[in-house]
Structure formats: C-alpha cells, structure tokens
Design a protein around this ligand. Sequence first.
Ligand code: NAI
Length: 331
Amino acid sequence: MTTITLLRGDGIGPEISEAVVKIIKESGADITWEEQIAGLEAVEKEGTPLPDKVIDSIKKNKVALKAPITTPIGKGFRSVNVQLRKALDLYANIRPCKNIPTIKTRFDDVDLVVIRENTEDLYAGVEEKIDDNTAHSIKIITREASERIAKFAFEYAVKNGRKEVCAVTKANICKLSDGLFLECTRKIAQDYPNIKYREILVDNCCMQLVQNPSQFDVMVLPNLYGDIVSDLTAGLVGGLGVARSANIGKDCAIFEAVHGSAPDIKGQNKANPTALLLSAVEMLKYINMNNCAEKIEKALYKTFNEGIKTADIGGSASCTEFTDAIIKNMN
Ligand code: NAI
C-alpha cells in the first residue's frame, strides 16, 4: 500500500480529481490518499493558503497528486504552486509531449520532453523599481542549479531510452547568465557519451518547433524559456486539456496538469480530466506501478478511439460520461 498526498484544488479541480481517483482505483493500484487542502479553501478554514501540514504530508509521503489551484490576480495570496515548488525544492519540471491517438493536430509525429529548471532565472522574484519610469528584474542563473537540471535531463534520457538532449538558451545575448547555463550543460554532456548533445537558440527553437517538431527529443531549458516553450509544445499535441506535467525534487515529487482551475467551466461537468489523468499515469510510473499506468493509458486511448471526448477537444461527452467510458474500457 502506497500513501499519496492528494490536493483536489478548486475551480474544476474537485471534478477532475474525482474522475482520476475513481479511474486509479479501478486500475487496481494499491494507493491510499491522504487529502489536504490549499488555496482559497485553506484560507477560509485554516487562515493560510498553504498550511504547514500540506508540506509535512508531502515530505512524509514523498509523492503528491495535485489538481489546479486558483491564484488571485493582482491581489491576495502568492501562488500556492510557486510556494510548493520552492518549499519542497522541486527543481525539475517535466512536460512530456506526445501525440494522442485520434486528437488531430498539425503534426502526427511529436514525441518530445521539455525539462524546465524550476527554481531560479527571472522567477527568483528579484525585482526593484528604480523610479517611476524604470524597473529592474534580475535573471539569476547559478552553476549549482544549472548542473543539477542538466544532470537530471541526461539521466532522464538514459532511463527513458531517449537519444538526444538539446539545451535551449539565448546565450548570444545573455552571454554571462545563459552562457553559464550552457557551460554547465556542456560539462554534464561529457559524462553521457551515448546521448547526443546539441544546442539551439530559443527564438530559432520556437520556429523549428512549429515547422518540424519531430526533430526534438529531450529539451533542457532555464525557467522562463521552459515555461513559454512548454506551452507551445502542449499546443502541438492538443492543448491544455491533455498536457501532463511533473515537478520533481531530490526527495519529493508533485504530479499535476499544466492547465489552471478553469473557473469559466467550474461545476458544469464539462472539464476534461485527461491532463490530470496523464499526470497521474506519470506518477504511477514514478512509484513503479507500471502495469496500472499502462492499463489506464490504454483505456484512455481506446475511449478516444471510440470517439468519446470532452468538448474542449471536439467531443460532446461530459466529464463523468468520459470517466465512466474509460473505466468500462479498463475492464
Ligand atoms: P486555465 O488553464 O484555467 O484555463 C484556460 C482555458 O482553458 C479556459 O477557457 C478553460 O476553460 C480551458 N481549460 C483549462 N483546463 C481545461 C480542462 N481540463 N478541460 C476543459 N477546458 C479546460 O487558465 P486561466 O484561466 O489563465 O487560469 C485560471 C486560474 O488557474 C488562475 O487563478 C491561475 O492562476 C490558475 N492556475 C493554476 C495552475 C496550477 O494550479 N498548477 C496552473 C495555471 C493556472
């Protein structure tokens, strides 16, 4: 029996979590969920958006499945998502991006993985207002974090039978910061002679991605480029409703969909649970429950093949109808 922390989130979070928990149970995975609350609900009940017991629970269980949590815009509490990544030092954000059968996009041969450094760069939040007309935002790149993410990318490539790691930067302009990032990826690349290593500038990378995405395998990027490029790559295979992700640290991991809490469709039984389900599939692989992961993925694709889809990807099934069809296809 494996205990996993569950954050059902808000907006469409509770609907898609319900679907995913049901499907995982039917897959036979021997999991006990330890439920925690964060975000607005936690502010109302506990007086803080991220109670210590959430962090303690994840530290104890080492793995969490998390549905999206709303961040108030321009006021209120800081993003719970950013706080969690910081508190648990979840330094690697992994976004695998592969075509899903029957979800038609411009390309049918996309199979790449974006590995984004999750802790520094412009996201370190070092900003200052010089005067009314000038603001500075400092881009922080360190050798320690860059070597750590580069090593992670190469290890990921080895473990997953990948052939190449491509470092994406703007080192022609940010010569010192992105230059240091490249110095680190080059150094780590030497330890992996069986994995091909190449470099590309981020602007050219974006153009190449929309023209010929199949040339990319594993990509490793500093935080900001990783954030932007990974949304672009999600768009290559069907968009936010199907984009999975994992935040991995030395001791803990949080698996979550790329999308947010979609308040516009909250409570309407319209949400697509696929992105959270595929993130849960990655979680099952991470805890070595590969059989259950495969069973779920197969049933999901069979459901798509039967033409059963939610509205965001061109179908008419409700969240619960789609969930029931996946469960039926697992048995
Ligand atoms: P969003 O991803 O929630 O929604 C963007 C659009 O995509 C909306 O039209 C929504 O209906 C649709 N959509 C998203 N997920 C869907 C799904 N599973 N099924 C069907 N349609 C889906 O982005 P938005 O509106 O910018 O953010 C809403 C809130 O979510 C914000 O407070 C934001 O801070 C938060 N957020 C939380 C994240 C997390 O918890 N990891 C990640 C991104 C945003």
